[in-house]
Ligand binder design. Sequence first.
Ligand code: SF4
Length: 141
Amino acid sequence: METPRKQTTDPLLCPSYVSKPGAKLFGIQNSEGKIDYLKETITIDQTFVDTAQQGRTAEERFRFAGKCIEKGCHQWNDSAHQCGLVSAIIERMNSPLSDAPQHCPIRNRCRWFEQRGMEACANCNDVIRNLEVHHFAAITA
Ligand code: SF4
């Protein structure tokens, strides 16, 4: 699939970011374990982080985005100059492309979309539901 161009010069965002002040909340896990994507992102603060970290981790119930730090992340494939995580998720989940892709408020800056286009989006909302993949996806930056 052709790599889409991002429509902004702003830095790309990692869509598997941690819950920390300044992160952008963009998805909430629904009762079926899928992600409901927000219309717009919400920048979270320390109060949100403290409140959300009860029982399950915030990363198991919400999706956050933050600046892709490339070489600073253990998922970064330096020789390919790409995030290695999205390819691993697509290979593992192998979800079909949707005729009606979900709205996503970070699409024009998403690292995964930049690399894999709608293939990334088709496999994105299972990332939390499948805990094994989610652990695989955990970014500790
Ligand atoms: S892969 Fe697609 S759905 Fe997932 S965060 Fe990126 S743009 Fe949004």
